[in-house]
Design a protein around this ligand. Structure first.
Ligand code: ADP
Ligand code: ZN
Ligand code: ZN
Length: 813
């Protein structure tokens, strides 16, 4: 064994619960720091792990030594380790895998670094002050640069990354990071700057003279701009550069999502309400952990509040994290923040390539950015010293990750703020029941913005009872005469219309006219949806599709009635009802291509679209000032889901869509069509009255002990074999019941519901069962689940039947 006195705590990227202690050979000790990756022996294998800290478990004689240190610099700050530990513990997920999820993909970028011999390397070779391996490496590099990962192969022996790092640090080689597959979409522009020299004998032709004058006046200018003044600028500048009078720099340019350059904005005078909110938050900055819930009606100026508190946090030397639910909104938020704060902004979301994500991550680590704006995964932004975490549209369900590590970024924002001893600010026009409950429990502080900016009125909402329209035929059933009339008037005034229907496709319920059977997915227990443009019936759960000319699989008839409504059918009806109007559709089908959302938003902005039909994508926070009529085609779709949050989702969705109307100078109107005009979720949405909605909804949650009063953990059991899946669900159910009854004093507060078959019993060929664990005592619930996982790990790690632990589940069908 190599002598060592340094021990480190390592999280391996394997599905194991705990961390492991390793020894560090002396030659590596100077390279060790928290946040770097190491290569370690693990059983018969060699695996990657993350250094979490030093360890003093040095008593064990059998401690193994690390084999290599893989990174030149840490991938995350030490301050994040407690956060990772919290997540691993709460979500019952292996910590190594938590870290892997947190880090941007594309870390292999480091492994494809290219190395070349430097002058000092040549020198060392000449002087012979090299070890045999170093000599081999340097000699190999004399013939040209080499990819680091190819070096071992070329030299036919393992070359530790730590050795390369050491050569790099001693200046004997140079290392260039290569972006693997990174079609980096960073845009650059060539700028020209004056080099400080004597220009007296530069032979100034009029063109040269003019360019020099411009550069003297504004220090530097883009080549493009110079060309507008001096058409021959490119040639003139080339010669000026050759003679050393100017230099050309490549500069990153930022554009807003609509492709326009971003101009610095003017900070507006806050309204009295905004002033109060900003002052309350700023008072708590640098002053410990606090969570605020800002309930501000749509258009009340929440984003302005975010920017001003962010400015205050930055002036106090902290960084700022802003979470936004989805990419289209991130670009909008990014544009406004860039206009205010310039370039010290990093953006993190899934629309970036691996290379771009990695670059953004590095900018945060290198302290080149103080503000990060991003979707849920941005909660892992590697800041060391956060002042405030802002979560916009905090009620949005897309903060919940539904695969792999099933975290909720909104909840983690509060946790990270607590661990960092800083402020969390959650904002929404329609807060989640969970967050408002926390206000009532005095865990969160409440802030409100009751008025729209410039006292713009909230839109007037008319409810139309669809039951009155039962006898109307065809699309007239859904474009009621009230809606039709309002649309005609709006178009006549040259204003824009938004129609909302939360279901895509043409017909969501095709049935066979001969035998009456629904046309179903082959792999799921679900009706297919007709997509007319694609000429196919598609499954919205597994992606299966069949030609639209298919026969009934039961009786073979070709007579299929395409019942049920979707955005595509609405769009085609509008083309008939309003042949003059320019109609566009925004749903998952029309926005698959990158950039298509922005094209649609641009169409609205430039008024080349008169009517936009869309799913919930149109409901979210967009600012469309010329939309004065919003039509909600059928408000009830989400109400009938077998999910205790159905009422909450419906209220949020309706109030948000309605809020898209009348954000400009002209007041807005909303027509809300429904089969349930008396339902309290619908009535509350009509009055945009969150408090009344909350008061009724919380009673229902209390009566049934649902969250936020209790907490839940769902065990999702699935397998391709129906019998085995059910059998395993029953075994696991018995294990749960036994564990509870054997420790009844401890686990009495834990309710075990099931196992039962899921409401969607089969998705993508997998049969699905579930067990729901519920409790008013969070600790008992988590202890119980932890114990279940520890004592019965065999029940969770099977090949044929998968069991997923979903803590605080959202999608429960
Ligand atoms: P919200 O996020 O609450 O929906 P926004 O922040 O988008 O509202 O604000 C709505 C509009 O009002 C935006 O165009 C914004 O620039 C403008 N605005 C916000 N605060 C002010 C203010 N104090 N004075 C003037 N305009 C403001
Ligand atoms: Zn399917
Ligand atoms: Zn049939």
């Amino acid at each position: 064994m190599v002598p060592t006195n340094t021990y480190i705590d390592v999280a391996v990227a394997l599905p194991v619960g705990n961390t492991f202690c390793y020894g560090v050979p002396q030659s590596f000790t100077s390279l060790i720091s928290v946040g770097k990756r190491v290569l370690v022996p693990f059983g018969q294998r060699r695996v990657t792990g993350f250094i979490l800290g030093t360890s003093n478990a040095a008593t064990d004689k059998n401690i193994k030594l690390i084999l290599d240190v893989l990174d030149d610099s840490p991938l995350f700050p030490a301050a994040m380790v407690p956060f990772f530990q919290w997540i691993a513990d709460y979500y019952k997920h292996p910590i190594g895998d938590v870290i892997k999820t947190a880090l941007p993909g594309g870390l292999t970028i480091y492994d494809v670094a290219s190395i070349a011999i430097a002058d000092k390397g040549h020198q060392a070779l000449r002087q012979g002050s090299v070890t045999p391996v170093e000599k081999q490496i340097l000699e190999c590099l004399i013939s040209g640069p080499c990819r680091q990962k190819d070096l071992s192969k070329t030299l036919d022996q393992p070359i530790p990354a730590a050795l390369i790092q050491s050569l790099d640090r001693r200046g004997r080689i140079t290392k260039t990071r290569l972006l693997s597959g990174g079609k980096t979409k960073v845009r650059t522009q060539r700028h020209v700057a004056l080099v400080e020299t004597d220009l007296s004998d530069a032979g100034l032709s009029p063109a040269r003279q003019q360019i020099i004058e411009i550069l003297k006046a504004q220090r530097e200018a883009s080549l493009k701009e110079l060309k507008t003044h001096v058409p021959s600028a490119p040639a003139v500048i080339r010669s000026l550069e050759d003679e050393g009078y100017v230099k050309i720099i490549s500069k990153r340019v930022y554009r807003d999502p609509l492709g326009e350059p971003i101009r610095p904005d003017v900070v507006p005078r806050l309204t009295v309400e905004q002033q109060h909110v900003v002052a309350s938050v700023c008072q708590h900055l640098n002053n410990g952990f606090t969570t605020f819930l800002l309930q501000g009606v749509t258009g009340s100026g929440k984003t302005e509040v975010y920017m001003q508190v962010a400015a205050d946090a930055i002036s106090k030397g902290h960084s700022v994290l802003v979470l936004v639910p989805e990419i289209a909104l991130i670009t909008q938020m990014e544009r406004r923040f860039r206009a205010r704060f310039g370039e010290r902004i990093a953006v993190l979301h899934s629309g970036l390539s691996a290379g771009e994500r990695f670059d953004q991550w590095s900018r945060i680590l290198n302290k080149e950015a103080d503000i990060a704006i991003g979707a849920r995964s941005a909660i892992f932004a590697p800041f060391e010293n956060i002042g405030i975490i802002i979560v916009d549209e905090e009620h949005d369900t897309s903060y919940k990750q539904e695969t792999h590590l099933r975290y909720n970024a909104r909840d983690l924002a509060v946790v990270r703020a607590m661990l960092n001893n800083c402020v969390a600010l959650l904002g929404s026009a329609t807060p989640s029941i969970q967050s408002y409950y926390n206000v009532c429990q005095q865990k969160f502080l409440e802030l409100t913005l009751k008025e729209r900016i410039e006292k713009r009125p909230l839109p007037e909402i008319d409810v139309v009872d669809l039951r009155q329209n039962r006898d109307a035929r065809g699309i007239r059933r859904f474009i009621t005469s009230e809606l039709h009339l309002a649309m005609k008037e709006t178009l006549a005034r040259g204003e824009q219309i938004l129609l909302f229907l939360n279901r895509r496709g043409f017909a969501s319920f095709p049935i066979c006219a001969a035998c009456g059977q629904a046309i179903r997915c082959k792999h799921c227990d679900i009706s297919l949806t007709l997509h007319q443009k694609a000429n196919a019936y598609k499954c919205h759960y597994c992606g299966f599709s069949r030609a639209s000319s298919s026969h009934c699989t039961v009786c073979g008839s070709t007579r299929i009635k395409n019942l049920g409504l979707g955005t595509e059918k609405v769009e085609s009806a509008l083309n008939q009802l309003f042949p003059e109007a320019r109609v566009a559709r925004m749903d998952r089908d029309t926005t698959m291509r990158k950039g298509s959302i922005l094209t649609l938003l641009k169409g609205i902005k430039n008024k080349t679209i008169d009517i936009l039909v869309g799913t919930q994508m149109v409901a979210k926070g967009h600012d469309f000032p010329n939309i004065t009529l919003v039509g909600i085609i059928c408000a009830d779709l989400s109400l009938s889901f077998p999910d205790f949050r159905a009422g909450e989702r419906t209220f949020q969705l309706l109030a948000q869509v309605a809020g898209r109307a009348g954000r400009g100078d002209v007041p807005g109107r909303v027509i809300l069509q429904t089969f349930n005009p008396e339902h309290f979720s619908i009535l509350a949405a009509k009055h945009q009255d969150f408090k009344t909605f909350y008061t009724q909804e919380i009673e229902f949650r209390k009566a049934l002990n649902y969250p936020p009063l209790s907490r839940m953990i769902q065990l999702k059991i699935s397998g391709k074999d129906q019998t085995k899946t059910e059998a395993h669900a029953r075994v696991l159910g018995k294990t749960c019941h036994d564990l509870r009854s054997q420790n009844i004093t401890m686990y009495r507060p834990v309710e075990i519901m099931g196992p039962i078959e899921a409401s969607l019993p089969r998705i993508a060929r997998f049969y699905r069962w579930q067990i729901l664990l519920k409790s008013l005592h969070t600790k008992a619930l988590h202890d119980f689940t932890g114990r279940l996982l520890a004592d019965h790990s065999a029940g969770f790690g099977r090949r044929d039947v998968k069991v997923i632990v979903d803590v605080d589940p959202y999608f429960m069908m």
